[in-house]
Design a protein around this ligand. Structure first.
Ligand code: PDD
Length: 280
């Protein structure tokens, strides 16, 4: 096990020494939420946006935020190494009660855990990835970044077992998002991504891409992507904090566009890299 230093409930300690009780509600019920925050050369990327989403997720599960935004930043900073591109994984659960009971416990402090890992760029970024589509079997609150990820991991695992890197999820006839990513399509030359609803996680990378599209006069719209028309899309991407923007070149065995990362992806990828540099 890696011997890095992690944060647990007020202490910084080596990873092997970070332990929580088997009665922790995260372990027993998946009763908690999480965040994934990239850090480029020691600078946390869009920290306020991530902390806003954290507040929304906490409100969504009716758990009080144990820290102010400044306190969160102070907790993360000692975990970062400015020599690397990294990400903070933060998890907050409803704490450890003295017995297993579905109802919320009274006066139990939340469990707060944070660790930092290096971002390993996807080897196939420049050639694109394969994906498969499947019906979205997750729950009704996909806007909450809940640690209860069984639906997501079963989707992702099915994709991997078919030689694909991501599962694209279809709900009510629309492409909604990936198992751990948001989705973008280029339709008739317009960059399109589903609107923010409880059917998707409101991705920070997604929002940044839309902002950058606006600033750079790239035609875009937030609109449903009809799965029945998927053959008409010329580009398909997935986005996330860890993988940034990844082009999909094959879906369900059918080539997308020219079968290689498309021109809009190249443009947006370069814009995003340049934008990251401006924040350092
Ligand atoms: N997941 N949708 C889902 C279901 C996700 O799990 C993620 C990210 C996203 C993209 O959100 P963002 O751009 O803010 O990373 C969308 C993270 C990376 C994870 O679970 O590890």
């Amino acid at each position: 096990m890696e011997n890095k230093i992690v944060y647990l409930n007020g202490d910084y300690l080596p990873l092997p020494e970070a332990k929580v009780s088997v009665l922790d509600r995260g372990f027993l019920f998946g009763d908690g939420i999480y965040e994934v925050i990239p850090s480029y050369s020691g600078h946390l990327f869009h920290l306020d946006d991530h902390l806003q989403r954290l507040e929304n997720s906490l409100a969504g599960i009716r758990l009080a935020n144990p820290h102010t935004r400044l306190e969160w930043q102070a907790i993360f900073t000692p975990l970062l190494d400015a020599n690397y591109d990294q990400y903070i994984y933060l998890q907050i659960t409803r704490g450890t009660a003295d017995k297993r009971d579905h109802a919320f416990p009274d006066n139990v402090p939340a469990t707060v855990f944070a660790m930092c890992s290096n971002i390993v760029p996807l080897a196939s970024l420049n050639t694109g990835i394969k994906a498969i589509s499947m019906d979205d079997t997750r729950w009704a609150f996909c806007n909450i970044k809940a640690i209860t990820l069984l639906g997501n991991i079963l989707h992702r695992q099915l994709a991997i077992e078919q030689g694909c890197a991501e599962a694209l999820l279809v709900k009510d006839g629309y492409l909604v998002e990936g198992a751990a990513s948001n989705v973008f399509a280029v339709v008739d030359g317009v960059l399109c991504t589903p609107p923010k609803t409880n059917k998707i996680l409101s991705g920070i990378t997604r929002d940044v891409i839309l902002e950058l599209a606006k600033k750079n006069n790239i035609a875009y719209r937030e609109d449903n992507i009809t799965f029945a028309n998927i053959k008409a899309v010329t580009e398909l991407w997935v986005t996330s904090s860890i993988r940034e923007i990844v082009p999909i070149v094959e879906l369900d065995g059918t080539v997308i566009g020219e079968g290689s990362p498309g021109p809009v992806w190249h443009t947006m990828y370069n814009i995003l890299q340049a934008y990251k540099q401006t924040l350092l």
